[in-house]
Design a protein around this ligand. Structure first.
Ligand code: FAD
Length: 301
């Protein structure tokens, strides 16, 4: 049995694992990959890597340390976490079972997709997620935001502070009634295409045109230099559904010690209900979750 199993090899899980190793815990990281979403890189002609706050130095350092320590990692998807007495059983996709005294869930989120031609082809080449990370790079650019709800409104509002123009595609009447929705309706550089649908993304090397359809079926093309898909995030928390408390968006609820409501299960990074999805925040939360798990384990060591 392990002292600690960490699920997820993104910034949160990698950092937690390196802390666990330094604390000499008998720990294992189980993940589908090492690096998580830090492997995504936005490519645009005017974007230089240094302009983006990434924290890649620390993530890559931890990643290469773990690549070397093959006994400390297991590359597979986790399907379910179960609690039997004080012991946690981790069920993997291939049918394996691993046990631990404590668990950290650091499995991140998935982005909702638009599912149209061109989406796959232009992803991270003009078509991207996370205006939170990239909006400041779009000074005086023509941009679009696709989505409905808080994330889309927030992204459009942030872009509107720097971009030449923002077209908000697919927003609903309900979202437009909110404070940010009202503000956007009165912004000179924001054009709202309420209830429109995106039909296709077109371009040469980079996404340059969005084909959209109005509720009445009229199709038009928008010229864009940057498009953000901000339809929401799906937390990879299915493995602990019914075991720990989740919030209304399906994220694992944690306190400021990264503790869930179940003693012995901790969570860190984007899969939790903390504020803002950013690498450096996930790194910090990962560190905190490992130290918190260590405190929990100390009487048993
Ligand atoms: C397109 C894009 C660009 C971004 N750009 C930036 C940026 O420039 N700067 C910035 O600070 N932030 C950026 N972010 C946000 C940042 O990437 C995340 O906040 C950060 O990666 C979260 O780290 P995490 O460890 O919580 O989750 P993730 O990075 O998502 O890692 C989750 C890990 O869990 C693993 N996993 C998932 N499910 C399972 C399972 N069932 N079993 C086993 N393993 C599983 C995954 O394989 C992965 O290794 C960006 C996000 C996106 C989507």
């Amino acid at each position: 049995m392990y002292d600690l199993i960490i699920v997820g090899g993104g910034p949160a899980g990698l950092t937690a694992m390196i802390y666990a190793i330094r604390k000499r815990l008998n720990a294992l990281l189980i993940s589908k990959d090492l690096g998580g979403k830090t492997m995504w890189r936005l490519e645009l002609p005017w974007v230089e890597e240094y302009q983006v706050i990434k924290g890649l130095e620390v993530v890559n350092k931890f990643k290469s340390e773990l690549e070397y320590l093959s006994f400390a990692r297991h590359m597979e998807a986790v399907e379910k976490v179960e609690k039997r007495g004080d012991v946690f059983t981790i069920h993997t996709k291939g049918g394996g079972e691993l046990t631990a005294k404590a668990v950290i869930i650091a499995s991140g989120t998935k982005q909702k997709k638009i599912g149209v031609p061109g989406e796959k082809e232009f992803l991270m080449r003009g078509l991207c997620y996370s205006a939170l990370s990239y909006a400041p790079l779009f000074i005086e650019r023509r941009t679009a935001v696709i989505g409905d709800g808080d994330l889309a409104l927030r992204s459009a509002a942030e872009l509107a502070t720097v971009a030449q123009h923002v077209t908000l595609v697919g927003i609903s009447a309900a979202a437009l009634k909110t404070t940010l929705g009202q503000k956007l309706q009165h912004s000179e550089n924001v054009h709202i295409l309420q209830d429109y649908q995106v039909v296709e993304v077109k371009g040469e090397r980079f996404a340059e045109k969005l084909v959209v359809r109005s509720p009445k079926g009229k199709v038009e093309e928008l010229d864009v230099e940057g498009t953000f898909i901000e339809m929401g995030l799906i937390p990879n928390a299915q493995m602990v559904e019914g075991l720990v408390e989740l919030d209304e968006q399906g994220r694992v609820r944690v306190d400021c010690f990264c503790r869930t409501n179940v003693p012995g299960i901790f969570a860190a990074g984007d899969v939790t209900d903390i504020f803002a999805e950013q690498v450096l925040i996930a790194v910090g939360e990962g560190a905190k979750s490992a130290l918190s798990a260590y405190e929990y384990l100390l009487p048993q060591l």
